[in-house]
Design a protein around this ligand. Structure first.
Ligand code: ASP
Length: 586
């Protein structure tokens, strides 16, 4: 063994012990006759001391010349420090070194390997293995590790069996593009990487596995955002002989277990809301419930008073920002400009200040009397000192805009504390979603989701109205999981494919295996999958999932450390019978 102890281990109780440590040089302080070296490993930092008279001059010199990140081994005796450091657990002791060996030298690192580093994101990603030496990053991966272990513990205790499913498969539609892998042996044919193990986990139910889970990599070729990676990890689950309620209960239990075991937090009861209510009250299918500020429909009150903008709108809707009546002209102008940005797309913003003296001041005073505004305020439950912010226009677009404004106001008023957790089940999602671009319906969740029985007749008459047995788990406005009760009979599955615009032949060629399996005794089943990286980010209080992935891709989908994706050789292409038509400009 290169060491008897780690660098985080020794305390006053170990005084006079002969020890050997090994690790990286964090810092050297050279005072001539006295040299201190901070030695670091995964477990902590221990101070080494080299003192003139106590060690040979050559060793003193060698210690003083150690560079940052040199890998060294030091043998010596544990002594009590004269100047103690109460910021680190080993701060009462130091090691009087009797033998020093440089195990490996290191080039000067491209950035400082400390909690506060001078390295920018790009540089840190290029040298991610050095970035990972930093405590702050390692702690994030440790959190991830704990979440994984606790997930497995809970699932195992509930009788779930972890089964691996293949990575080289054929397309599973989850709404994104597939990453494909060319086959050398079957020239001209391709595997697809799983967007999720959806069909396999359903087949495992047909096999009688009853309770399945897997912590699994999924791959989706879609536009990247801060909380998306082309490859990401899911806690993927499926159960047989269950109804929606059983699934909600088991997985509420899982989330509660994780919060307790990993963070020591007793998670409050998971609230429930239908999709329709979420859209009506928050304009969003993943509402952030750390604060209220629900939408107030003012259409009836606002129309018919001569204000054209409102009269011509499908929806007039507002929020009540508590205590914000003092907002200045400048702040209101800023908000107005903010909602008018193309990313939000509102035409304008109407405000009503509810003054403490009981009067109202609005941007539409020309059209509305004090009594009118009082009606609005009453409907909104506004009290003196509050500010109403009102948008209008086409229903869906206006809801979306106001949802953005609500989140912004929540942020501005300090209502989105990242260590307050508000979990929510959103239920009864629509089965289908109209897609303007392709002018047809898409499965809102995926094509294997079962419609609510009572809504099946609507499939022909009003497909957009059909509700699904589908649910999402949302925490603090972030969708962290989603699933559904599945279709488990061939006829309903065929009907579903038909409504999604598949010809019978297409459905057969892509999903014939699943429909056939349904003919061999498929149990009723359902499941859910959680975005594991997102869950870790929520637990860690970070907006970026990248922090919780050891080797993430950057926001252009590149791994800048290994330089991937990259071109492959002509021979490789030839072996795969692939010709590159044109190289698209980046
Ligand atoms: N496969 C689904 C997804 O990845 C989850 C599920 O329905 O279980 O979103």
């Amino acid at each position: 063994m290169h060491r008897t102890h780690t660098c985080g281990e020794l305390r006053l109780e170990d005084l006079n012990e002969k020890v050997t440590l090994a690790g990286w040089v964090q810092r050297v302080r050279n005072k001539g006759g006295l040299v201190w070296v901070d030695l670091r490993d995964r477990y902590g930092i221990t101070q080494l001391i080299f003192e003139e008279g106590e060690v040979e001059a050559s060793m003193l010199k060698e210690a003083g010349a150690l560079g940052r990140e040199f890998v060294v081994q030091a043998e010596g005796t544990v002594i009590e420090r004269t100047a103690k450091n109460d910021r680190i657990p080993t701060g009462d002791i130091e090691i009087r070194v009797s033998r020093l060996e440089v195990l490996n030298k290191a080039k000067v690192p491209p950035f400082i390997i400390e909690d506060d580093t001078d390295g920018g994101e790009d540089l840190r990603m290029k040298y991610r293995y050095l970035d990972l030496r930093r405590n702050v990053i390692r702690e994030k991966l440790h959190l991830r590790h704990k979440m994984m272990q606790e997930t497995r513990k809970y699932m195992d205790a509930k009788n779930f069996m972890e089964v691996e499913t293949p990575v080289l498969i054929k397309s599973t539609p989850e709404g994104a593009r597939d990453f494909v892998v060319p086959s050398r042996i079957h020239s001209g044919e391709f595997y697809a990487l799983p967007q999720s193990p959806q069909t396999f986990k359903q087949l495992l139910m047909v096999s009688g596995f009853d309770r399945y889970f897997q912590i699994v990599k999924c791959f989706r070729d879609e536009d990247l955002r801060a909380d998306r990676q082309p490859e990401f990890t899911q806690i993927d689950c499926e159960m047989s002989f269950v109804e929606q309620e059983d699934i909600l209960e088991i997985f509420e239990g899982m989330i509660r277990h994780l919060f307790k075991a990993v963070k020591g937090v007793d998670l409050e009861e998971v609230a429930r809301m239908t999709y329709a209510d979420a859209m009506r009250l928050y304009g969003n299918d993943k509402p952030d419930l750390r604060f209220g500020m629900p939408f107030i429909d003012l259409t009836a009150e606002a129309q018919g008073k001569g204000f054209n903008v409102f009269d011509n709108a499908e929806l007039v809707v507002g929020i009540c920002a508590g205590g914000a009546a003092e907002y200045t002209r400048k702040q209101l102008d800023e908000l107005t400009n903010w909602v008018k940005r193309p990313q939000i797309g509102a035409k304008g913003l109407v405000y009503v200040k509810c003054h403490v003296d009981g009067t109202f001041k609005s941007s539409v005073d020309k059209f509305y009397s004090q009594d009118d505004l009082k009606d609005w305020a009453e409907k909104a439950g506004a009290v003196p000192g509050d500010l109403l912010l009102v948008l209008s226009g086409e229903l869906q677009a206006t809801r979306k805009q106001l949802s953005e404004l609500r989140l912004k106001m929540g942020e501005a008023l300090g209502l989105r504390d990242k260590f307050t957790y508000k979990p929510l089940w959103v239920l009864d999602f629509p089965l289908l979603e109209w897609d303007e671009e392709t002018s047809r319906f898409h499965a809102m969740h995926h094509p294997f989701t079962s419609p609510k029985k009572e809504d099946i007749p609507l499939l022909d008459s009003d497909p957009g109205k059909v509700r699904a047995n589908a649910y999402d788990l949302v925490i603090n406005g972030v969708e962290i999981g989603g699933g559904s009760i599945r279709i488990h009979d061939k006829e309903t599955q065929k009907l579903m494919f038909k409504h999604l615009g598949f010809t019978e032949a297409e459905a057969q060629s892509q999903f014939g295996f699943l429909m056939e399996a349904f003919e061999y005794g498929a149990p009723p089943h359902g499941g859910i999958a959680f975005g594991f990286d997102r869950l870790c980010a929520i637990f860690g209080g970070s907006d970026s999932i990248r922090d919780y992935i050891a080797f993430p891709k950057n926001n252009a989908g590149r791994d800048v450390m290994i330089n991937s994706p990259s071109i492959i050789s002509g021979e490789q292409l030839e072996e795969l019978s692939i010709a590159i038509l044109e190289k698209k400009d980046k």
